[in-house]
Design a binder for this molecule. Structure first.
Ligand code: SAM
Ligand code: SF4
Length: 346
């Protein structure tokens, strides 16, 4: 479908038809929105934020409930069928269930997901379920309480595990555990994490560390590449069977007889950019056409200046049309570094 659409776009890339779905010049089409709801967080993961936090934007710079709803509605009309709310910590936002409910009512939106650190999950699980949430990704890098405190600089492993258990038992369509894999930190916990998949239909995903922290801890030898993780898994786990996964899950396995799945995500190696179907909106309303993009389109100010839905749609199409071929090109083009993943949403 994308190939036919490309022929209908002018060669100079100037897009004039807001009714068209979102595609780029390389034939990718975009159906998955990741939107950050805030930058604030109740943890301080060492690869994400310094202890003192970052230079958080003030409330007036962040998107309001109405603005988020308007973006979601506009995008749902442009073919977005999957939405993920992220942050910062999205469960700190009091309008989260309202936003999920709004998204759930839109034609074309098939699934609504949340990425959370899990601290506030257990006590909100019923509200989230009732609002129409379909999937939850819980970020958890260790199953050891002492290490949890080192990596997050806070207490709370028991809260996260409780949240995970409630998510599994509440019957969400998809429950995943995101583990940022690091050498000399949790590379000795691969098997412990895989055991979570024994009795539960949960996907454990080992994710490469990415260079999005002001302290650049990824340069300190902690980087643990996807190929090495896969090779270590194959050495350590008997009966590991390769199976199919989602677009960004290049390596997906199941241990024979286990309920859940295990995936390895080459988030830094970027071997899956050709499959990308994501568009990202930051908490302050900037549209990014790549996780590694150094440029951004200020949709918030466009909206606040009184732009029509059609004008916003054209700006979205134009930004995504200009997406570079892969994340390496996107990173090399720019000079600026974002201070933290909380400003992007992961
Ligand atoms: N606070 C929520 C959470 O932790 O799930 C949502 C926002 S967080 C920025 C989204 C994801 O980004 C988390 O899974 C986190 O582990 C990941 N992340 C943050 N900084 C990262 C980095 N430098 N490298 C790899 N993943 C990172
Ligand atoms: Fe907070 Fe998530 Fe960043 Fe950890 S990764 S500090 S939980 S935003």
């Amino acid at each position: 479908m994308a190939e036919n659409l490309i022929q209908s776009y002018p060669e100079n890339g100037v897009l004039k038809n807001p009714a068209l779905p979102i595609v780029d010049q390389f034939g990718r089409s975009f159906t998955y929105l990741r939107i950050a709801l805030n930058e604030q967080c109740n943890l301080r993961c060492i690869y994400c934020m310094p202890e003192e936090g970052i230079d958080f934007r003030t409330e007036d710079k962040l998107l309001t409930t109405d603005e988020i709803c308007r973006f979601i509605e506009i995008l749902s009309k442009m073919g977005i069928s999957k939405i993920r709310f992220t942050g910062g910590e999205p469960l700190l936002r009091t309008d989260l269930s309202q936003l999920i409910h709004f998204a759930n009512e839109l034609d074309g939106v098939e699934s609504i997901h949340l990425t959370t650190n899990g601290i506030l999950l257990a006590k909100n699980i019923n509200i989230l379920k009732d609002a129409g949430l379909t999937g939850i990704n819980i970020s958890l890098d260790t199953l050891n309480a002492k290490k949890f405190k080192i990596i997050t600089r806070r207490e709370g492993l028991d809260l996260v595990l409780n949240g995970l258990e409630k998510a599994i038992k509440s019957g969400f369509h998809s429950v995943k555990v995101n583990v940022v894999a690091m050498r000399d930190f949790n590379n000795d916990e691969l098997l412990d994490f895989i055991e979570l998949t024994k009795n539960y239909n949960v996907t454990v995903r080992f994710i490469e560390l990415m260079p999005f922290d002001s302290h650049q801890i990824w340069k300190t030898g902690k980087f643990y590449g996807a190929d090495q993780i896969v090779s270590d898994l194959e050495k350590q786990v008997k009966k590991l069977i390769p199976i199919d996964g989602s677009k960004t899950e290049h390596y997906v396995f199941q241990v024979n007889d286990y309920e859940g799945k295990v995936a390895v995500i080459p988030a830094y190696s970027r071997s899956l950019c050709g499959e990308c179907n994501r568009i990202r909106i930051t908490a302050d309303g900037k549209l990014l056409n790549c996780l590694y993009s150094q440029g951004e389109t200020n949709l918030r100010d466009l909206m606040r200046s009184g732009a029509t839905n059609e004008e916003i749609q054209i700006e979205i199409q134009q930004t995504m049309w200009n997406k570079l071929e892969d994340g390496w090109e996107a990173q090399h083009l720019g000079k600026d570094h974002r201070e933290s993943m909380t400003q992007i949403g992961g």
